[in-house]
Design a protein around this ligand. Structure first.
Ligand SMILES: [Zn+2]
Ligand SMILES: [Zn+2]
Length: 260
């Protein structure tokens, strides 16, 4: 069984045809997809999906790029994380791509999430783009290793991966691993210890080859697995087995919840 450790099933591209999306998951052997929250306003839709479908689990958090949204408090995140279908806090992190001034509010929001994850006893789902040094520093300062978690859709260098691994985090590969020009991602996909590797779609974005440019969906995580297996010289079955085992090691409560 495959797991898509990061997707956005509540986005209209996917939620509007959720039955088809779930059918392809089943056809491709994807037994679980984690629907990642990006703000509190849309959280009810994320939770409703996870309440309705046994294969869907949820997270609680506010994306680092989200502006004009309600700012969460530690207590609020901890409280929301008590929902029986929620397994993680995020996605959170730092993204300076559209915010070149490296804003303090992003770092404060990130700190809030790390504190909540530590109190809630749930792993973090961390997004980082053009902000690796600050991301690692805030993680260190806030003791993120106590909560652990995932560096999702990883596109940074091996040095950054190593530093995140040192803090106990898992590294998740997306469809970018199937793109020809993604040399850095290929390098990391080959070097991450097999017992710390995860896979995801980040759908509806970043569809893997042969669907590049189209709407992505959790069923396509199969193509991420195929390419990462090829890059590492492993059989597909071995890679699937390792990444799914890793997922349930990081989220022990997920095994029961998916079976429900
Ligand atoms: Zn992200
Ligand atoms: Zn995401």
């Amino acid at each position: 069984m495959l797991v898509d450790s990061h997707c956005h099933l509540d986005f209209p591209e996917l939620s509007a045809r959720i039955n088809q999306v779930l059918d392809l998951m089943q056809d491709n052997g994807v037994g679980c997809a984690v629907c990642i929250a990006v703000n509190l306003e849309d959280l009810p839709r994320v939770l409703a999906l996870a309440e309705t479908w046994p294969a869907i689990l949820a997270t609680v958090g506010v994306h680092p790029e989200a502006t004009h949204v309600r700012e969460p408090t530690v207590d609020e995140l901890v409280d929301l994380a008590r929902h029986p279908r929620v397994i993680a806090i995020g996605e959170t992190g730092l993204d300076y791509y559209w915010h070149k001034d490296a804003p303090e509010w992003q770092r404060e929001r990130f700190r809030t999430h790390i504190r909540a994850a530590r109190v809630a006893g749930k792993p973090l789902v961390i997004h980082t783009r053009e902000a690796a040094t600050d991301t690692l520093r805030v993680m260190q300062e806030e003791g993120a290793s106590d909560a652990g978690g995932i560096m999702h859709c990883f596109t940074e260098s091996w040095q950054v991966a190593e530093a995140a691994l040192d803090q106990g985090f898992y590294i998740s590969m997306s469809g970018i691993a199937t793109f020809k020009n993604a040399g850095t991602v290929h390098d990391v996909a080959q070097r991450v210890p097999l017992d710390r590797l995860l896979i995801e779609t980040d759908s509806p974005y970043l569809a893997p080859v042969p669907y590049r440019g189209k709407t992505n969906q959790p069923g396509y995580v199969k193509h991420v697995a195929e390419e990462v297996a090829r890059l590492r010289g492993l059989s597909y079955e071995h890679l699937v087995d390792a990444t799914t085992t890793n997922f349930f090691r990081l989220f022990p409560e997920a095994r029961l919840k998916v079976a429900q």
